[in-house]
Design a protein around this ligand. Structure first.
Ligand code: FAD
Length: 307
């Protein structure tokens, strides 16, 4: 029952100030956030490449409040892409973006987010990689899917995320399972009301499997975002049944979570992509990781008390 409380706190400015200032926070944040700057994240991408892993990079940040912040978010991604190009890492790394960081919630936000994300998609394509649009809370999704569709007109490889906990997702998955699409399926990380989302873990898992089957049987490229061993085994089985080769779908996991599993799946010949978040505005991302596993909260609490 702690998860929803932590998710509510993830939207509180008071808690943001408290958590950010607490002694010991940095150490725990460092488990999930790969660094604060591009330069700190580059060795992590290189290390992942040495281990046969790929990455998707998230410059953390969301819920910005001014157009200037949205432009700064765009520029942070452009700087990252420039560094990847310099280092020849373009083919090992794709980008994950949250449209709220590009201004989606501001006045005229749909157009603003599209205008900010487009140059990022173009710059990524120019170095041989691509962008995936993360899924945020359910109120943002119609706009996210419309932006995804618009971007795909010029850059069909642009990916998006769908969340198994939402009732709407099975229909979204049917629409998105078409040739050329790249779709990441995840359970869902936000606090959603019972009017739009399953609340029971077993129901969410069952929906995840139904959606996975739709994606595997479809013609697109499924990206399985999960650390759940049962779902990973089911995905392998569904991939086999659908006649897919190992490079016709991929697994994705978060940096700092079940790292030994990243290596195991890559060693089995699977494509494994590590979602690697970095930057200074880590609060919302960090709180969602705490909410997913309340044991993380104990670890966090202990590190505060022992400082
Ligand atoms: P769970 O049942 O939650 O976890 C299975 C096991 O994994 C746990 O028993 C535990 O051992 C381990 N584990 C899971 N989470 C943690 C954690 N935080 N700390 C320590 N161990 C953990 N959600 C969105 O709403 N939108 C997105 O765009 C989005 N993108 C994602 C991208 C990737 C690559 C991944 C992997 C997840 C993403 N998520 C996103 C988060 C997702 O919705 C889930 O909240 C998260 O993946 C936990 O679900 P799970 O499938 O790993 O299963």
């Amino acid at each position: 029952m702690l998860g929803p409380v932590i998710l509510a706190a993830s939207r509180s400015d008071k808690m943001r100030r408290f958590v950010s200032a607490a002694p010991g926070t940095k150490q725990v944040v460092g488990r999930f956030i790969a660094g604060e700057t591009v330069e700190q994240v580059i060795p992590i991408i290189e290390d992942a490449a040495d281990k046969g892993l790929e990455v998707t990079l998230d410059v953390v940040g969301e819920d910005i409040t001014t157009p200037e912040q949205a432009a700064a978010a765009r520029d942070a991604y452009l700087e990252l892409i420039g560094r990847l190009e310099d280092l020849g890492l373009g083919t090992r790394a794709e980008m994950s973006v949250k449209l709220s960081m590009f201004g989606q919630a501001l006045e005229g936000g749909h157009e603003l987010a599209l205008a900010n994300v487009r140059p990022v998609v173009e710059a990524a394509a120019a170095i041989g990689t691509t962008v995936t649009l993360d899924a945020e809370d359910h109120t943002t999704l119609d706009s996210m899917f419309a932006i995804h569709e618009e971007l795909r007109r010029s850059h069909p490889q642009t990916g998006c995320v769908i969340q198994a906990y939402l009732f709407r997702t099975e229909e979204d998955a049917r629409r998105l399972a078409a040739a050329g699409s790249r779709v990441r399926i995840v359970k869902g990380a936000y606090k959603e009301p019972a009017s739009v989302a399953y609340q029971d873990k077993a129901e969410i898992d069952k929906a995840y499997v139904r959606i996975l089957r739709t994606l595997m049987d479809g013609e697109g490229y499924p990206m399985i975002g999960s650390h759940d061993p049962r779902l990973i085994a089911i995905a392998q089985e569904l991939g086999r049944k659908a006649g897919r080769k190992l490079d016709e779908y991929e697994f994705q996991m978060l940096y700092g979570i079940r790292s030994e599993e990243h290596i195991r799946l890559a060693a089995e010949g699977h494509r494994m992509r590590v979602y690697t978040a970095y930057g200074t505005d880590w609060y919302g991302y960090f709180m969602r990781r705490l909410a997913e596993k309340p044991a993380n909260l104990l670890f966090f609490g202990r590190s505060i008390l022992t400082k």
